[in-house]
Design a protein. Structure first.
Lengths: 441, 441
């Protein structure tokens, strides 16, 4: 695919047809849209906001190219005025958002766009597309971080991620949620995320013997020797590792770790640990991978398996137990008037909103209150302005800072929310003013 | 994200470390890798191959840019010889594959790469990434086509697809599986897929009255008037549609359809149909959307709802009931010797293979046989050469032709496989020679 991921045509056709309608009627007044998640997926106790940096890039850079305009024009459904509007399009609005990495709950706006109606409308699809996916993956990944209890975690998901951008953004989202790195090289280059990787089964299979494969790999990557044990028989391969270790050491090469990718990881890791320790190789770490998610990681850790790090892939990057969030980007105000929809099961709260977070005396989160923008409550206001008049913020928040922020917040959530199973819902209350608004539904 | 989706860094780091190992040992002999799906997800009776065109583009265009080489070099883990190798890299191998749109089953290779080992290795991750996702979505989408029983189907999934590429490729995969179009504008431009779209709730909400919104939309898009009914009250909106119809007709504008996006779609569509028919508007179609998948479409059709077309989004583009396939790209031959792995639960069959398909006297598929490449069976051989010496094929198969091929095959599958629920497994047998190979596992 030669099209980069920045095309403004990454949108639903109806955004364009609606904008033409707005232009025809001169509807350029200020609109306010909010992005939020209606309900948490079952089994999830909190979510983590991610994707804001990509949204800011998208908004700041959004331009229609001559080729795109010509193609749209050729469809025959759009007016010349509309094509002219797109030609000179740039986003000039404000964006308020919770910082990336913020823990949040149902119905809390993560992002608010305030802009002339056509602008705020045309950006809907891609804003949802970016915020939804990174939030989905960060929220899944942090559960492996909790389950891993300090063990190393690597994203191995690119191959089964849903396309290229999913693989790259999943690496970013899992890293900000607390993973230690990724196997995805492009994510290393784009975001400076540490990359990890050693060998696959094919490397072993292409050699006549497993021992020869181990040796060749060690010579080619002397600072990065992690041997894959399960191509034929993991325990026999552990014996070979023990045999090879002193020979390589003479050449100044240290085997750092071994990896198991199939079978009963608890039993196999214990057997391999015994073999390695028996040969005095207690410094050689054991990594595990293969169909892992937070439940498997939690069970392996609980079983006392001597595993030092986990490669987590497919199930995290597809968020396989909850592959989407019930999120929406909804108009809440136009031309100074609060707006809402009343669709069955999908009614929205009118007016621009703020989330206030309250803590108990021990600094643990006690409850959130959703209030109208004009109200001023005592809690911590979670949304802040990140874009003014379409300008980029002065500073891009580094991923390392977001990781620290996630880690610090995890220490402040009520203990039951840390469980992988579903806990009683964290209280998200409506302010008195919003409760009044809802009465007439 | 400024990086296009064609970067060769869309790979796992271990592909690069392994290739350096191969180069160091002069391992340039011919390797054969096969891509296949180990098991069908539960509830799926067949899968549809997709993604081949994107794989061919990837292989034919694969080049490392100076910036990418410089970055890799700066990591300090790769040799100068290796960087030189990447600098002059181009794919010179052969690719055999089943045509896009082919129905297939567990363990059947969809794609075979025959190339010098380092080349065949380095392309693994992106080949899986492309083939996996498009196959996943095409296989999900065709179920809505079966359930829809001739009704129109539109892909509305971009917003909750996993990133930009997922949205675009899902539009392609669902179209080749039999959908009628997509809302994703970029997919329209890239692949010539018909695009559809009219208005969202925000368009209605931004106006002071629903009737005014309907009228403004019709004036802006006179050839494309589909009115969204469920922002406040669907039946009241249907009455307004009936009221507006003659007024617009006087101006030469015809209301083509209405759309329902929430509530009980069966009951609401029947009520709306009655209102429209009561006003003599039996030519106005009813479309439905909102959390739909093949099960919902099938239930709505079975209930006799007067719905003429469905917008299917999130659940299809995320394949929400089976968000990934157990697929792999495995070395089966190197330097003329058949290769295999024996990992617990993930053993592979050695040697390059062909799939032969057999039909009964009525032209209905009876069974497949998996055979070694050297064997010649009487059935229809499903893999054919699509790339020779790294050259693109002379002809890109048009999407319309793939759609026809899918449709024709659907007519040849055994009746039980057409059900949405799980049917008895279609027989995939091993040839006598392959059965013999498996004996010594």
């Amino acid at each position: 695919m030669s099209e980069p991921n920045v095309s403004p045509l990454l949108t639903d056709l109806y955004q364009l047809t609606m904008v033409q309608g707005y232009l025809d009627q001169g509807m350029h007044d200020t609109a306010v849209f909010e992005f939020f998640v209606r309900n948490l997926p079952s089994g999830r106790n909190f979510l983590i906001a991610a994707g804001l940096e990509q949204v800011i890039d998208y908004l700041a850079d959004m331009k229609f190219s001559p080729g795109e305009l010509e193609w749209l024009s050729g469809l025959g459904t759009f007016s010349t005025d509309f094509i002219d509007y797109l030609e000179s399009f740039s986003f000039t609005g404000d964006v308020h958002a919770v910082p990336e990495g913020t823990i949040f709950f149902q119905n809390e706006p993560l992002l608010r766009v305030t802009a002339p109606l056509p602008q705020a409308q045309i950006v809907e699809t891609r804003i949802i597309n970016l915020m939804h996916f990174e939030t989905l993956v960060a929220s899944k990944a942090v559960r492996s971080v909790l389950a891993g209890d300090g063990r190393l975690l690597f994203d191995f998901g690119l191959r089964r991620a849903h396309g290229a951008e999913a693989g790259i953004l999943a690496a970013r989202a899992s890293f900000l949620a607390g993973f230690d790195g990724t196997s995805t090289v492009a994510a290393g280059r784009l975001y400076g995320i540490p990359t990890y990787g050693t060998m696959a089964h094919s490397f072993i299979q292409a050699h006549d013997t497993e021992l020869e494969a181990f040796e060749h790999f060690a010579l080619a990557q002397p600072d990065n020797v992690v041997l894959l044990l399960d191509t034929y028989d993991s325990r026999a391969a552990a014996e070979k590792t023990a045999e090879l270790y002193p020979r390589l050491k003479e050449k100044g090469i240290i085997i750092k770790a071994v990896r198991l990718d199939s079978g009963d990881l608890v039993e196999e890791s214990k057997a391999v640990r015994r073999i390695l320790d028996g040969a005095g190789l207690d410094g050689v770490k054991i990594f595990a991978s293969g169909d892992l998610d937070e439940y498997a990681v939690g069970a392996i850790v609980a079983a006392g398996a001597p595993i030092d790090g986990f490669g987590v892939g497919t199930r995290m990057v597809t968020s396989s137990d909850a592959p989407y969030l019930e999120c929406a980007y909804k108009l809440v105000e136009y031309a100074g008037v609060a707006r809402r929809k009343l669709s069955a099961g999908k009614a929205t709260l009118p007016g621009r909103k703020q989330v206030y977070r309250f803590f108990n005396d021990e600094g643990i989160m006690s409850h959130d209150v959703l209030a109208l923008g004009g109200e001023s409550l005592k809690g911590r206001a979670m949304l802040e302005r990140v874009m003014e008049d379409g300008r980029r913020p002065d500073r891009v928040v580094p991923l390392e800072e977001i990781r620290e922020y996630v880690k610090a917040q995890i220490d402040t959530i009520p203990e039951p929310l840390r469980a992988l199973g579903e806990a009683p819902r964290y209280p998200v209350e409506l302010s008195a003013v919003l409760r009044e608004c809802r009465k007439d539904e």
